[in-house]
Ligand binder design. Structure first.
Ligand code: TRP
Ligand code: ZN
Length: 868
């Protein structure tokens, strides 16, 4: 909190530290309200200078400072630092501080999650534990001694290996940990509590035995098996695909209930939001299972991409996050459906990332200026960052990419690196010039690729003209051309793929778009083809090509690239939405265009189609993503079109939905991928059947389901279709699960995203539910997050009730948990696509928030940009 205007930090201003810290010995006496930390570090001056040592520290009570064992008092203290001058070249620094974990609702640094102590140090939480050089380019060897009450905290955990332990007379005990790998402070972790432990082991390729331990709340052991399987699968995948082996003798994962994000890759001791660990058929859905696998993989893969090689400064965050997201996406794709993974990633890009690029917080994957680092754990840094890595993979191919990754890791092992270092290694290992490619790191915004074509029947020549244009973003008025891999295929009128030939040579599918405008002449093309453009979403761009309905229908049926089949349907849907919004503006009824209806029918009738892909092809995008199709639009009109299209498709194809429903039942629950696919298509069918008033089926599924996927799908179908049965199902569900916050989150989410004019009142009601607490981020996301992100029609009510609700929540969270508050403000700052009336309403609310007496840096950064 601060009254003065928060400071901006610039990437350009990076300076190496004035001092290094080689070792840090922590001695932590845990107490709920007054934990004492003694930090002894060996400090070494970096070069010849007489600059002071400026240590970061926040909300600490300083008790003692000593240099080489001698107490000193001539230090300077500011609100967030401790400054020591006239220091020897090498010395031992002892600092004793006191802090209050129980009062820590921000969940950064050391805090209580339920009855356990735990830490979260990324990005800058370690400075809430002791005064330190809290920056990722200072790497030290840590040892940690933890002392706590033995009964309440039988397990005392930290990074590395447990080297000693003992009991004390006063009922307390201690454990000594040592981490052999030098690390930045953000990778430090400590956990103390009473848990059930799932133990297993893994033998690495080189034959080393690694102990695996998963710590969960007591009584939850039976829900930890899938996390363990996922961990072992991650270890095997990294060995096979990337030749990377684990490096410690122990790997621990702790599941906690109070956590700001998904999980954290602390060296040897991951801390997880319990939501990404616990899973069993009765409590977790198929997508929960897949999320556990993905997040366990993500944190495990960080051990190399993030921990062994870390970031020089926080502007380089995408160096570890973009790369690690790419790795977890490949892991999920190798284990499951590559196409469905690709589709889901693209939905995220087009829904959330393109919106971020179009809003006031638009930033390159490597930002240039930051007020609060926590604000830059974004879809741009993570998901677009991964797309940038994927483009490198597409340009270089698997082998050269793996050579580049190996070179990068070997060259920077044990060090802090930059994005430029990474690209240089990729370029060296492949021999490719990536100079222009590096612009993806510095330029924000979503490029638009405008493609036109021309067929010369006499010469049998087909010419694609590609123009690229990136709209301006705040602070970047001028944009330069990027290196864009454009993956292309051509199809004959019969849907046969054509060989790509240029200057008489067969060429691969990927065209290198480098210039603002570029032509590609393909020869030996026997007839006017249909182009499949941007196959597999080969670049994070918007594509503009004047496809006819016939061409889209052809691609939806015949494309060999399955992503293109899905994307062709998306384009037909987008056309239908645009046309119907204009229709509605002219008071004309909504109609499903014939080509769209035909493609849906053909998709439902295609027995050869992969069920998982079939399900994806038949789902309409949500209203939030459809907003991006317009410059500005009345969201109520969009909602009406969306609802009508659903309804019309439900009724027009009712027998086919019923057929799909009946033929994709799974006799017994298993999380095997073919079964996940069947449940997906069956439950898409059920959602349409509910809209066609097949209430009996919905009821029946709810009552007979033997797994959470089917239970929730039935309840969701009922709620979304506003069936009279919905209330009874919701009440039944609450009765069964009221003791289990994670399961009840589904119930919260469903009601928060329900249609109906009473939603705002219901949200207020839900916030008084006994399991709800503003201090638990999972509950806040399930109720408030789901409402503001997943219920745009009610959130953007013209009477402003949705906005008022959010303002009141933000006002409270601004003080207690600024990081969560800052994530929730997203839909209030991304107002560009909304009509003027709503924009006015939103701006008034932003002004109101801006005037809060203790506005956090997190909210300040976003609101000031939105109002600029
Ligand atoms: N490095 C974590 C990840 O990507 C991100 C993370 C977890 C985080 N908790 C956080 C970032 C708290 C900022 C604050 O897996
Ligand atoms: Zn990560």
């Amino acid at each position: 909190m601060t009254q003065i205007k928060p400071q901006v930090q610039y990437r350009e201003d990076y300076q190496p530290p004035h001092y290094w810290i080689d070792t840090l010995d922590l001695d932590i006496q845990l107490h709920e309200n007054a934990t004492e930390v003694v930090a002894i570090s060996r400090v070494r001056r970096n070069g010849e200078h007489d600059e002071p040592l400026v240590l970061d520290g926040e909300q600490l009570n300083l008790l003692q400072v000593a240099v080489n064992g001698v107490d000193i008092t001539q230090y300077q203290q500011t609100e967030n630092s401790l400054i020591l001058s006239q220091l020897p070249e090498v010395f031992v620094l002892t600092i004793k501080t006191q802090l209050d974990p129980q009062a820590n609702t921000a969940l950064e640094g050391l805090y209580k999650s339920g009855s356990a102590f735990c830490t979260q140090c990324e990005a800058q939480g370690f400075r809430r534990i002791t005064y330190y050089l809290d920056r990722p380019d200072v790497l030290a060897r840590f040892s940690t001694r933890i002392t706590a009450d033995a009964t309440a905290y039988p397990y005392l955990l930290s990074n590395g290996n447990r080297i000693d332990q003992g009991n004390l007379d006063d009922g307390r005990h201690w454990v000594q940990w040592q981490d052999p790998f030098p690390k930045p402070a953000y990778l430090f972790a400590l956990v103390a509590g009473n848990f059930d432990v799932l133990r297993d082991s893994y033998t690495t390729v080189s034959g080393r035995e690694v102990a695996l331990e998963i710590f969960v709340d007591q009584g939850n052991l039976h829900r930890a098996g899938h996390a363990m399987d996922s961990l072992k699968a991650s270890m095997a995948w990294d060995e096979q695909r990337c030749h990377l082996e684990y490096d410690l003798d122990i790997y621990m994962i702790v599941a906690v209930d109070f956590f700001n994000m998904g999980a954290m890759e602390n060296k040897g001791l991951n801390v997880f939001n319990a939501k990404f660990v616990l899973a069993d058929p009765h409590t977790a859905t198929d997508s929960d299972y897949l999320d556990v696998e993905r997040v366990i993989g993500h944190e495990y893969f960080h051990n190399w991409t993030g921990n062994r090689v870390t970031c020089r400064d926080w502007f380089q965050l995408s160096l570890k996050e973009g790369l690690t997201v790419f790795r977890d996406q490949e892991f999920s794709s190798d284990l499951g459906s590559r196409t469905v993974n690709r589709i889901q990633n693209v939905r995220m890009m087009r829904g959330a990332q393109f919106a971020e690029d179009a809003g006031p917080m638009a930033h390159p994957i490597r930002p240039d200026a930051v007020i609060e680092m926590n604000n830059f754990y974004t879809v741009t840094v993570y998901e677009k960052g991964s797309e940038v890595i994927r483009m490198l993979h597409t340009l270089l191919g698997e082998q050269a990419f793996q050579r580049g990754l190996a070179l990068y890791l070997q060259r920077f092992d044990g060090q802090a690196a930059t994005c430029d270092d990474f690209v240089a290694a990729m370029s060296e290992a492949s021999g490719r010039d990536l100079t222009r490619f590096t612009r993806w790191y510095s330029q924000a915004g979503t490029p638009v690729l405008t493609v036109t074509d021309e067929y010369d029947a006499v010469q049998q020549r087909y010419t694609l003209t590609v123009q690229q244009f990136t709209p301006t973003t705040p602070g970047q008025p001028q944009k330069l051309p990027l290196h864009i891999p454009l993956s292309v295929a051509l199809y004959s009128a019969q849907g046969e793929p054509l060989t790509l030939t240029m200057d008489g040579q067969i060429v691969g599918p990927v065209l290198d778009v480098l210039e603002a405008e570029q032509r590609f002449v393909l020869d030996q093309v026997p007839s006017k083809p249909t182009p499949a453009l941007l196959q597999s979403f080969s670049a994070p761009v918007k594509l503009d090509y004047p496809y006819s309905d016939e061409q889209l229908t052809l691609l939806a049926k015949h494309s060999i690239d399955e992503f293109v089949r899905w994307d062709a349907v998306q384009m037909l849907i987008n056309k239908a939405v645009r046309d119907n919004v204009s229709q509605l503006q002219r008071q004309q009824p909504v109609v499903v265009p014939r080509p769209l209806l035909d493609v849906f029918r053909a998709t439902l009738e295609d027995e050869t189609l992969d069920k998982a892909l079939q399900a994806q092809m038949l789902m309409l995008p949500d209203i939030g993503s459809l907003l991006e199709l317009f410059e500005q639009v009345d969201i109520d009109l969009l909602g009406q079109v969306h609802a009508q299209l659903h309804k019309e498709l439900a009724v027009a194809l009712q027998p086919l939905w019923l057929h799909a429903y009946e033929h994709n039942r799974t006799p017994q629950y298993s999380i095997a991928h073919p079964d996940i696919a069947k449940r997906a298509i069956k439950n898409v069918a059920l959602s349409y059947l509910a809209l066609a008033n097949e209430a009996g089926l919905v009821q029946q599924q709810y009552q007979t389901a033997d797994n959470m996927t089917d239970t929730l799908a039935a309840m969701k179908a009922a709620v979304r279709a506003e069936l009279t049965e919905a209330g009874a199902l919701l009440a039944d569900f609450e009765g069964k699960w009221q003791q289990d916050g994670l399961v009840l989150d589904n119930w919260f989410r469903l009601q928060a995203t329900a249609p109906g004019d009473d939603t705002v009142a219901r949200i207020q009601q839900l916030m008084t539910h006994p399991t709800f607490s503003l201090n638990n981020p999972n509950r806040v996301r399930a109720v408030v997050g789901a409402f503001i992100m997943g219920n745009p029609l009610q959130f953007h009510r013209l009477d402003g009730a949705g906005y008022d609700l959010l303002v009141s929540v933000l006002t409270q969270l601004n003080l207690s948990n600024p990081q969560v508050a800052s994530r929730l403000i997203t839909p209030l700052i991304q107002f560009a696509r909304l009509d003027d009336a709503r924009q006015q309403q939103i701006k008034a609310r932003l002004q109101q928030l801006m005037a809060l007496p203790d506005l956090s840096r997190d909210l300040f950064e976003k609101i000031s940009k939105a109002l600029a």
